[in-house]
Design a protein around this ligand. Structure first.
Ligand code: GLU
Length: 303
């Protein structure tokens, strides 16, 4: 197998809607960090959670990235076509004795921060298996981040045994992302800070599966006036396809990056060229959340 030696990063959007400012920031940060280091930048559509997929969203995201001039390396990969890899990983974990059946419903677990271990030693009498969980044992994970303060999690206390295959038989994001990053030899992950607390679980799975841990950089996330993360649920606006230069400029500003003197006059290519050259993670504002420019947040229902 070819082993990647240089920087290999990725952007991994979920096709739950068109690209909004929040996803543009993640795309921009991962793209610039990769290109600044003359690295590869892969595109992976995270459509493992099929019920959440919005028809047409994948095509929409791909077109937007193309029109933005963000070119990715190699073919686009789709989690929906990679089930065999997740199955193989599950089998490996099962053979190692790390996996058990769980019958607990979400309702039964409401209120507990960490999974209480109800099904760890076997299903309670009369109950049927629903999901599959991985045992975390006494794993303690220390995770450095290139931007955020280091994270320490005692998985048993902070999370508990966690789901790797859901009740609907779909593989959980945590497993899919680890298998994909491993198989695609991603050695640098740049994404939103909302995934910071998921990362120790991912590192734990990497350890069980014998996969190397990538370096992580968690970017501040864009929030609206009510401090909610931009998303479909908060009516985040799709970025304006007729003014993509402004969207790029806003994303660069959000990430604290310098701009050329008259950025609006630059072509898209010139803007990216400039941004790749000047990318500096020390200029990214610290903190987890930053307000997005208002025009990306307003709901169509809001007067
Ligand atoms: N698919 C995830 C999202 O759109 C990102 C996962 C990742 O970058 O690890 O939020």
């Amino acid at each position: 197998m070819h082993i990647a030696t240089g920087y290999r990063g990725r952007f991994a959007p979920s096709p739950t809607g068109p690209l909004h400012f929040g996803s543009l920031v993640a795309a921009t940060g991962s793209f610039l960090d990769a290109r600044h280091q003359h690295g590869e930048w892969l595109l992976r559509i995270e459509d493992v959670d099929t019920p959440r997929e919005v028809p047409g969203a994948t095509a929409d995201i791909l077109t937007t990235l193309e029109r933005l001039g963000m070119t990715w390396d190699g073919p686009v990969s789709y989690q929906s076509k990679r089930t065999h890899l997740y199955e193989a990983a599950l089998e490996q974990l099962q053979q190692q004795g790390h996996v058990y059946d769980c019958s607990c419903t979400r309702k039964e677990l409401a209120g507990s921060t960490a999974y209480p271990g109800t099904c760890r030693e076997g299903l309670p009498e009369g109950r049927s298996p629903r999901s599959l969980r991985v045992r975390v044992g006494d794993a303690a994970i220390d995770m450095p981040d290139r931007l955020q303060p280091a994270v320490h999690q005692q998985l048993a206390v902070d999370i508990g045994d966690f789901i790797i295959r859901r009740t609907d038989k779909l593989f959980a994001y945590q497993l899919a992302v680890v298998v994909d990053d491993g198989e695609q030899q991603i050695n640098n992950v740049v994404r939103g800070v909302d995934l910071l607390e998921s990362t120790p679980r991912q590192i734990y799975l990497q350890q069980l599966l014998g996969l190397p841990a990538p370096a992580y950089l968690h970017l501040p996330i864009a929030v609206d006036a009510g401090n909610a993360k931009l998303s479909k649920q908060t009516f985040a606006q799709r970025i304006d396809m007729d003014d993509l230069n402004s969207a790029i400029i806003d994303a660069l500003r959000f990430l604290g990056q310098p701009l050329p003197d008259t950025p609006q006059d630059a072509s898209r290519e010139e803007l990216w060229q400039w941004a790749i050259e000047h990318w500096d993670i020390r200029s990214i504002p610290t903190g987890r959340e930053l307000p997005a420019p208002a025009r990306y947040t307003a709901s169509p229902a809001t007067p």
